[in-house]
Design a protein around this ligand. Structure first.
Ligand code: PAF
Length: 282
């Protein structure tokens, strides 16, 4: 696996592959590589001749006081894991390459980017959409792969690509979980041993909500029930539990009924230093 740090070097490698007719899949990451990222790399390897991964802790998607400084940084370890999984090229741009001094453009996905996660982290999706737009235009892959664990991020990126006519397919890959149900996440590293015992309650509770709503329970009542379940299980607080339409992330009008379109139950909850998000299909 080669490592490049400039857009010019990145484009030289990708155009050489393009010249011989090879297809390219992109896996954007902020590092802290875990099984969830490796599933994206495997999915890219199955569909495309070449896999490019990126490693950039994007400052624009962290608000002051969030965990930008604490976010796991281990380029050597991450590169080793990506290499072993078959990544061909790793792009590790310094901040000065991604955001040179006069950089002024922001990509904002209105509405979809301001609900749920966006309501609690107001600049988050603008930071994500801006960096992902840049990465897509820098690499110009056939497709970019994103984990369904960050379900709203996946929808925001899909919306952005449609709205801006970016000629890249956006592929969602199912969440990878530990045997006890906890979704792999770079932020799981923030959990203490007792908190790690509590954390699987998030997936268990969302699964219970999904099952109940599928069976006809009132979504809003179940959202409130899940919030108190999570606090009883040991979470410090719950930002939201939301039963939503899986395409628009809008609320259901009236009770959920099978056939209404693929639904999703999404949540964010705080446990010690970690803010965990997860979601399950209805
Ligand atoms: O999901 C992530 O790790 C990040 O939000 C992404 C997509 C790499 C953009 O920085």
């Amino acid at each position: 696996m080669d490592i490049v740090r400039t857009v010019a070097d990145l484009r030289t490698r990708v155009s050489a592959w393009r010249g011989t007719g090879e297809t390219v899949g992109l896996v954007p990451t902020m590092g802290g590589i875990h099984e969830g990222h490796l599933a994206l790399v495997r999915a890219a390897g199955e569909r495309f001749d070449r896999t490019v991964a990126t490693l950039f802790v994007n400052p624009k998607q962290f608000a002051p006081g969030e965990d930008f400084g604490a976010y796991p940084r281990d380029e050597e370890g991450d590169a080793g894991r990506l290499d072993a999984e078959g990544v061909d090229l790793l792009f590790v741009p310094p901040e000065s390459v991604m955001y040179p001094e006069a950089h002024a453009t922001r990509v904002e996905v209105a509405d979809l980017g301001s609900i749920l996660e966006g309501a609690f982290r107001p600049d988050f999706f603008t930071g994500v959409a801006t960096v992902v737009a840049k990465l897509l235009l820098q690499v110009l892959p056939d497709a970019a792969l994103f984990g369904e664990k960050d379900f709203q991020q996946l929808r925001v990126v899909q919306r952005m690509v449609l709205d801006l006519d970016v000629p890249v397919e956006i592929v969602g890959v199912p969440t990878v979980r530990e045997p006890d149900g906890l979704a792999f996440s770079s932020r799981n590293l923030y959990l203490s041993a007792p908190e790690r015992e509590i954390a699987p309650a998030l997936f268990a509770t969302l699964s219970a909500v999904a099952e109940a709503v599928r069976a006809g329970a009132d979504p809003e009542w179940r959202e409130r029930w899940a919030e108190s379940e999570l606090v009883s299980a040991g979470f410090d607080s719950v930002d939201y539990v939301a039963v939503r339409d899986g395409a628009t992330l809008g609320r259901y009008l009236g009770p959920y009924a099978a056939g209404q379109g693929p639904g999703r139950v999404l949540a964010a909850a705080r446990l010690g230093k970690a803010r965990l998000i997860d979601n399950v299909a209805l």
